[in-house]
Every structure is written in C-alpha cells, then in structure tokens.
Design a binder for this molecule. Structure first.
Ligand SMILES: C[S@@+](CC[C@H](N)C(=O)[O-])C[C@H]1O[C@@H](n2cnc3c(N)ncnc32)[C@H](O)[C@@H]1O
Length: 343
C-alpha cells in the first residue's frame, strides 16, 4: 500500500488545519483599519507608517490579505482593495461587515475554543470567557454594556446583509408585527421603511430594549415601533399584533423550546394571523455548509448550550404540530438560511 499522502489529501488537511488563519488575518486587518488606509492610496512603506507598525509586520499581514484576495499589489508597489473589501470591509461602507467581524472575533471565535470542553461537559463552557452567573450569553451581556453593544452592532450588520427576509411580500398584509427577540431594532426599522403601513411591537430583554428604543427614535419611527421588555418564554406577549416574527432567534434554543414558542405563537395569533421565521438552517440531510456549522457550534459552546441550525423539515414538522397550516418556504441556501411564513 502506498502510504504517501496525495497532493489533494495534503491540501485538504492544510485547509482544515489552517482555516483559522484566514479568520485571524481578517480580524487583525479590520482591527487595524487596514482597508480604510489602503482606500486612501498606499504602498508598503506608507501603510506601515499610517498603521504605526513596522514594515516586516506589514509584509506578513499583506501576505495573508493577498492570499485572501482582499488586496492586490501592483508592479510599482501600489496596494489596492479588492471589490469585496471595498464593499464590506471599509468601516463606513453601507454594507460594512466590520462590526460582525468584531463580534466573530471577540465572542464567537473566542468562545468556540471551548468546543471540546462544551461537548465533554455537556454545557456552554465558552461562557466561562464572560464574567457573571447567567446561564446564557444574553444574560451575561446584560451586565457588560460594551460587549452587548459590540454584539448588537455585529448582529445588525449580519442581519442587514440579506435582502431575502425583507422580501417576503406577506409582510404587506400585516398591520402590527410582534418582533420577538428583536434586538436593537435593525429589522423593525428596515421593515417599516419597506412596508409603509406596517407597525411593530418589539420585545426583548430589558438592557436590549434600551438600545432598540434609542435606535428607533434616531430613525424617527417612535410612532410606529413600540419596544417592551418581555421575556419571550416566561412573560405574556403584548396584545394587538396580527403577525409574529422570529429572526435569528429560534435556532439558539432546543427543539422543546422552539416547539413551545410555536405553540405560544399559535395561541397568541387569531386564525388569520401569520408567523414569519428567518433562521439559519442546514440541509434536510444535515449536511450543512460552513455558516450553519459555525452558528451551531456557537449556540452549543456559548450562546445557550443548546440550539442548532436545524433542518427546514424539522421546523415545518414543529409548525404543523403546533397547529399551523400552509407553510411557505423561501429558500436562502446560499447563506444557509431559510424564511418560512405559516398561517
Ligand atoms: C441573535 S439575536 C437576534 C436579534 C434580531 N432579531 C436579528 O435578527 O438580528 C437574539 C436576540 O434574542 C434576545 N433574547 C434572548 N433570550 C431572550 C428572552 N428570553 N426573551 C426575549 N429576548 C431574548 C437577545 O437579547 C437577542 O437580542
């Protein structure tokens, strides 16, 4: 038997062993604001000077960024941003993902280093990175305002990136939408901008509601969006809505908790009401892509100690068991998401 590794096997192994390097190069570049400096025109010497790092370090960083195809260097030494860097990695770009890169680095990646321990101990061991006693990341962030701000800025950037959720025309027939775990109001604001007659009641934990209120007021939407501190599991929900949305919320929790939220929604809505789900989901054969795997690791290792990017079929079954009919699926497989509307 030939026991030499083939080139393909070696390459596959390297990809797995070294994948974190891509994440680290991206995080460091965003921390330093490299793309913003390059956008104003740069060479190795001027980049090093403006970043206040030595040229050798700058060469190493550029080696990584060129491999990621985020920058290129001309024969004359001029460094330029690739279109993707210009679109998503400048701090003030409309679709900037810099806040999410920060969330990824300081919460998700940091906590996921505890994955083995989380599996062995059957608990979200990554939470040990964040002081406090609360059993979920959300509870711990409530006592750490800067971490909570970083989290919601990142989530807002991530959620804003996808047009698919906003495009469910069924929102047009809803008068008032209950946005459960609505975060800093990013979705409520976008939905109100797109659907001019829509009103929203946003519920979330108390510290998050303060952020949502400030954000809604800053967008001049206080007359259309009300925000209330409500625990989605244990408190009654504010009345008066004919639609309910869970965006990036259900997948954080166990199947039993999702089923109880679906039953609670069914009992809350009248027979003409509509339920909207926007969630990370894996393929029905559980052969997921990187985003669904990454988020599942994050839920298990830190966010809640449970949860997963469940298959679409699981959600459809749970909805039917809770008494919903007519489930429409809007696939967003390219980003490991699916949108569902149930009546
Ligand atoms: C991943 S964020 C999603 C935010 C927003 N919906 C979005 O799509 O960007 C999950 C949200 O659920 C909220 N949350 C977690 N547990 C909650 C609970 N028990 N009651 C109400 N909100 C909760 C968190 O505070 C957080 O804002």
């Amino acid at each position: 038997m030939n026991d030499e590794l083939s080139w393909e096997e070696w390459e596959a192994l390297c990809e797995m062993m070294n994948g974190y390097i891509k994440t680290q190069v991206l995080s460091t570049a965003c921390d330093l604001g490299v793309f913003d400096v390059i956008e104003r025109g740069a060479t190795l010497a001027s980049l090093a000077e403006r970043l206040e790092i030595d040229e050798h370090g700058c060469r190493v960083l550029l080696l990584g960024l060129r491999q990621l195809k985020l920058v290129s260097v001309s024969e004359t030494g001029a460094i330029t941003n690739a279109p993707l860097a210009r679109r998503c990695l400048l701090r003030n770009a409309q679709q900037s993902m810099v806040p999410f890169v920060r969330l990824n680095d300081q919460i998700q990646h940091r906590a996921c280093l505890h994955f083995t321990q989380a599996l062995r101990e059957g608990r979200n061991a990554g939470l040990d990175e964040f002081p406090g006693d609360a059993p979920t990341l959300y509870g711990r962030m409530a006592t750490d305002p800067s971490l909570e701000r970083l989290f919601h800025e990142g989530m807002g950037a991530y959620t804003r990136l996808s047009p698919r959720m906003m495009a469910m025309e069924e929102f047009g027939s809803v008068s008032r939408l209950l946005d459960v775990g609505g975060g800093d109001g990013t979705n409520a604001i976008r939905l109100c901008e797109r659907y001019p007659s829509l009103k929203v009641t946003l519920i979330d934990l108390p510290s998050v509601i303060e952020k949502a209120r400030a954000n809604i007021e800053a967008h001049g939407l206080a007359d259309r969006v009300t925000c209330e501190a409500v625990d989605m599991f244990t408190d009654p929900w504010p009345s008066g809505c004919d639609g309910v949305i869970f965006s990036h919320v259900l997948e954080i929790f166990s199947p039993a908790k999702i089923q109880s939220l679906y039953r609670k929604t069914r009992a809350y809505l009248d027979d003409n009401g509509q339920l909207f789900v926007w969630s990370l989901m894996c393929n029905d054969d559980e052969d997921g892509n990187l985003q669904s795997i990454k988020s599942s690791l994050y839920f298990v290792t830190v966010a809640s100690g449970e949860g997963m990017a469940y298959p679409v079929a699981d959600h459809v079954r749970w909805l039917s068991e809770a008494g919903f009919v007519d489930v429409t699926k809007y696939d967003a497989r390219s980003i490991d998401h699916c949108a569902l509307v149930a009546r």
